[in-house]
Design a binder for this molecule. Structure first.
Ligand code: SER
Length: 329
């Protein structure tokens, strides 16, 4: 078997994707990489780990050649809010890094996974039941880099026959790594504050509806898409996928079922609110369901119950808040 490379393995998705890949394919067959080494247990210690700065094509090529890589999961990205603080870095990493990975993949005939996002939509996009194929004119550098990445992936497929596949992921909720500078981060931080303080101040308006997904579903979606029969794929870059759609008020009400008396108030951040307002309320993911049988397992109630249960356990062990903070990872 040709081996698997995960770039950006220390990010919010990578820290959960790598252990799952190692479980399925064997630890030595999955090479995790990040631009620097950080202490994140399983990812760094559980199998091979290499320093790879994706903005340097030579870094990716060296690892692909050394380990005879056949598949690249290309995960590094500056998220939407961080991107607005440093647009030039976000572009160089999100698009430049991906262009480097694709070029190395072309030379070595590797399959490539690319995570696009709800951020690939923007003004002009229908926000309810957002179609698979529709207007994509985002006004964040994050969104611009994601649309460009989708197009570049399709280009490498149609022009060179490269096996490129991607997902438009919604806001991701998880308890292993904290998210790093996105518009949907509130939906993670709210759980920690609910358990620590019993209250949370939200940077989005109470009625800001966005698509969301629990991390185990996101990891399953990534792996299922990469396993999908290519003859069934009419789309490649990138499939709408969603699991739930809620507002901060609705999430707070669900958390209150587990944390009685939990309170939420609002201090709206205009930049983050404008980004949220330009993103879908609920995506149509029927193409993913039809072409590779996408089916999420967690809805709002199931995700909330599991998040609270897991974080309460950590709290009991004195480990709450020791999650890997990936800001700038
Ligand atoms: N979670 C990302 C963000 O908020 C969206 O893909 O930027």
């Amino acid at each position: 078997m040709r081996k698997i490379l995960v770039t950006g393995a220390l990010g919010q998705i990578g820290v959960e994707l790598v252990p799952e890949l190692r479980e399925r394919h064997g630890a030595d067959n999955v090479i995790a990489s990040g631009w620097r080494r950080r202490d994140v247990g399983a990812v760094v210690d559980g199998g091979p780990f290499e320093i790879v700065d994706c903005t340097k094509p030579g870094d990716i090529a060296a690892v692909v050649e050394t380990y005879e890589i056949g598949t690249i999961y290309h995960m590094p990205a500056f998220l939407s809010v961080l991107g607005e603080e440093k647009p030039e870095v976000a572009w160089a990493l999100n698009l430049g890094g991906y262009a480097n990975a694709l070029e190395v993949a072309r030379r070595h005939d590797c399959s490539v996974f690319f995570p696009s996002s709800i951020g690939a939509f923007g003004p002009g996009t229908p926000l309810q039941n957002t179609p698979q194929d529709t207007v994509q004119r985002p006004n964040t550098i994050y969104g611009v880099s994601k649309v460009a990445g989708e197009l570049l992936g399709d280009y490498y497929h149609t022009r060179f026959g490269l096996d490129t596949r991607g997902l438009r992921l919604p806001g991701l909720i998880s308890h292993v790594a904290l998210p790093g500078g996105g518009t949907t981060d509130y939906a993670v931080h709210i759980f920690y504050e609910a358990l620590r303080e019993g209250r949370f101040t939200c940077f989005l308006r109470s009625d800001s509806r966005l698509d969301m997904m629990y991390m185990p579903d996101a990891v399953a979606a990534i792996l299922d898409l990469m396993d999908a029969d290519p003859s069934r794929l009419r789309h490649r870059n990138a499939f709408n996928v969603t699991a739930m759609s809620f507002t901060p008020e609705e999430l707070a009400a669900e958390i209150r079922k587990h944390v009685p008396g939990f309170e939420i108030d609002y201090e709206v951040d205009p930049l983050k609110q404008a980004i949220a307002d330009s993103w879908p309320d609920s995506m149509d993911d029927s193409a993913a369901r039809e072409e590779w049988d996408w089916q999420p397992r967690y809805d709002l109630a199931a995700m909330t119950a599991e998040m609270i249960g897991t974080l309460r356990r950590k709290q009991g062990e004195g480990a709450l808040g020791r999650e890997h903070d990936i800001t700038g990872a």
